[in-house]
Ligand binder design. Sequence first.
Ligand SMILES: Nc1ncnc2c1ncn2[C@@H]1O[C@H](COP(=O)(O)OP(=O)(O)OP(=O)(O)O)[C@@H](O)[C@H]1O
Ligand SMILES: [Mg+2]
Length: 183
Amino acid sequence: MSQPLGKLSRSADETMQLGGVLAGIVNPGDLLLLIGELGSGKTTFVKGFAKACGIVQEVTSPTFILARSYPLSLPHQFSTGEGISSNKINFAVTKIIHCDAYRLESWEEVVDLGFDEELDEGAVVLVEWGEKVKQLMGSSWLEVHFETVDMTDNTRKISFLPVGSDWQKRLWLLKKAILKDRQ
Ligand SMILES: Nc1ncnc2c1ncn2[C@@H]1O[C@H](COP(=O)(O)OP(=O)(O)OP(=O)(O)O)[C@@H](O)[C@H]1O
Ligand SMILES: [Mg+2]
C-alpha cells in the first residue's frame, strides 16, 4: 500500500490552514471523519475548514449537543477585513455539520442526527471521534488522522486516508491542493 498522504503542522494556525485546504476540494455529500486523541487538533482543523467556507460564527466543540449546523449562504462569499472575497468552496454545498461523537452513547443518537438525509441534501459532515460512527456510515468517506508527535511542542502529524472508491479517486486532488499550499 502507498504511504498515506500527510503533513506536519507546527501550530494551530497551520492546522487551520490545512482545514481550509480540504474545504477547497469537498463536494456536497462528503463525510469527513476526524480521528485523534484529546487535544490533538480536531476542532482546530474544523475551525479552519469553516473559516474557509465563509462561516463567520465562532466554531466551538459541540461536545454536549453532539452536532451543530452551519448553513452556507449563496453565493459563497464572505466579508474579510480586506472586503468581500469569494471562497473556493463548491457552490452546491448547502451546509456544514460539525459533530463531536465523544459522548455518543447509542446508535440511535447518531441515527437521530439524520446525517444520511443531510448528506443527500448537499451537506458536508465533519465528525470528531469519527471512528465511533464508522459502522453506521455509507461506503465512502475521508479519514483525517491527528497525531501528537512530541508532547513537548506543538507539532502534529495530520494524515488523510480515503475509504471507498469515491475518495480514493479524489485523493490526487487533495494531494495537489496540499502541494500548492506549500509553495
Ligand atoms: N499544531 C497544532 N495543531 C492543532 N492544535 C494545536 C497545534 N499546536 C497547538 N495546538 C493547540 O492544541 C489544542 C487543540 O485543541 P482542539 O480542541 O483542536 O483538539 P481536539 O482534538 O478537538 O480535542 P478534543 O478531543 O478534546 O475534542 C488547541 O488549544 C490548539 O491551540
Ligand atoms: Mg474537539
